[in-house]
Design a protein around this ligand. Structure first.
Ligand code: HGY
Ligand code: MN
Ligand code: MN
Ligand code: MN
Length: 411
């Protein structure tokens, strides 16, 4: 083993302390005190290695090897360090621990890689606070606009731009986070599988070939709040009835598409939200995923038809705001082949997989050669306090990426 298990354990355990819901899973939202504590831990670890440590305008943390020409593209390794609400300790931090431990091991073993290796720790991948997600990677690749930062608000109505400014960032400079493809030689992420396959098949790692496309929307349905006792049923403009019919139709739309298409209404708010008031307004989210873009488009079109029918028949208004729209992605074959080679050499059991979860790697893959390694999730659980990966399994994934990086120079 070239990596150090104790340091990997310490990274996960230290990062799990920066949590706004102790005892009720891990919650670490972007641009909060918990974010600050986590990023300071990460920066301290990077600074021990004499790396060039910096942040971009999106708040992504980088740690780049110094002794290479500045214009040389880097091999980026890492993941995200924000979390969902009441989530687990490994979704994101497993990849952060990988990035830190790979940097430590390369520096410690005085390895001269063909390209400078650069740690990357991103934020707001989950979209847990502002919706959408994969923010750090989008800022680096397709770019994010100041308008988006002003439009996306958290549940307290604070916009991303305001949160970033009070966090000490400069949202008006967000376009400076955009990189050109020739600055990055490759991006490699390690992530927990968040599913049951590797554990069931007793495999060490998953080598991700494809990542599903994701379309995420916030839908608003506007009717009219009325007295629950005096308003006859046929005169109501009840937004919740329409929303409830829509939720059932979304399930049918997903089932009708095939190709493993899934759709989820994960959140719904009813306004004013009192027992004796006819619901005047409903806000709901819908998250649609498939490895086939036509299927995603089919569900979206079906939702719009259904909303239009309801609006016409019930006298309601509606709007559908896109939060995220990423097409299905194929990971770099060159990197996948190198991973396979190194896994075979290291006696690491693997299978090629499609990811049903979204990751920063799917955004980076739209611009540069990208690879994604999964490590097993106990009982396939994730986005919950039960989320767990055995540390020796995590270390095997990290070892594989360490050796893959050595191989990329030859790719
Ligand atoms: O939603 C996802 O798939 C990822 O966990 N952000
Ligand atoms: Mn994640
Ligand atoms: Mn997640
Ligand atoms: Mn991810």
């Amino acid at each position: 083993m070239k990596t150090n298990l104790d340091r990997i354990v310490k990274d996960i355990e230290e990062l799990s302390k920066f949590n706004s819901t102790p005892g009720r899973g891990l919650t670490r939202f972007s641009f909060t005190e918990e974010d600050r504590q986590a990023r300071n831990y990460i920066k301290r670890e990077l600074e021990k290695l004499d790396l060039y440590v910096y942040e971009d305008a999106a708040g992504t943390v980088f740690g780049r090897m110094k002794d290479y020409p500045v214009e040389m593209p880097s091999i980026m390794v890492g993941s995200h360090f924000d979390s969902v609400k009441n989530g687990g300790n490994f979704d994101g931090p497993a990849g952060i621990a990988m990035g830190l431990e790979v940097m430590r091991s390369l520096v410690e073993n005085n390895v001269k890689t063909a390209y400078p290796v650069e740690f990357v720790g991103m934020i707001e991948e989950e979209g847990g606070r502002f919706g959408g997600g994969v923010f750090g990677s989008r800022a680096m690749t397709v770019g994010v606009t100041l308008e988006e930062l002003k439009a996306n608000c958290d549940s307290d109505g604070i916009s991303m731009a305001e949160a970033m400014a009070s966090f000490g960032l400069e949202p008006e400079k967000i376009s400076s986070a955009k990189r050109s493809p020739d600055e990055i030689r490759a991006f490699i992420e390690l992530h927990i599988e968040q599913g049951p396959v590797l554990e069931k098949e007793n495999l060490d790692v998953g080598l991700v070939e494809y990542i599903v496309g994701i379309a995420e929307y916030r839908i608003g349905i506007k009717g009219r709040p009325d007295h629950a006792g005096t308003t006859p049923m046929n005169l109501r403009k009840d937004a919740l009835i329409a929303a409830s019919e829509l939720v059932c139709q979304i399930e049918e739309l997903a089932l009708s598409q095939g190709d493993g298409t899934v759709a989820t209404v994960g959140a719904m708010d009813v306004f004013p939200g009192a027992a004796n008031i006819v619901p005047g307004e409903v806000e709901l989210t819908v998250d649609i995923r498939s490895r086939n873009q036509d299927c995603i488009d089919g569900v979206v079109a079906g939702i719009k038809r259904s909303l239009k029918d309801k609006a016409d028949s019930r006298g309601l208004a509606w709007e559908m705001r896109e939060l995220l729209n990423v097409t299905p992605v194929t990971m770099s074959e060159k990197i996948l082949n190198t991973m396979q080679e190194k896994a075979d050499e290291g006696g690491i059991g693997y299978k090629k997989m499609t990811s049903g979860a979204g990751h920063d790697a799917m955004i980076m893959a739209s611009m540069v050669d990208s690879g994604l390694v999964f490590v097993p999730s106990r009982d396939g659980r994730s986005h919950c306090p039960e989320e767990w990966t055995d540390y020796d399994q995590l270390q095997k994934g990290i070892e594989l990426i360490y050796h893959t990086i050595l191989g990329i120079g030859e790719v």
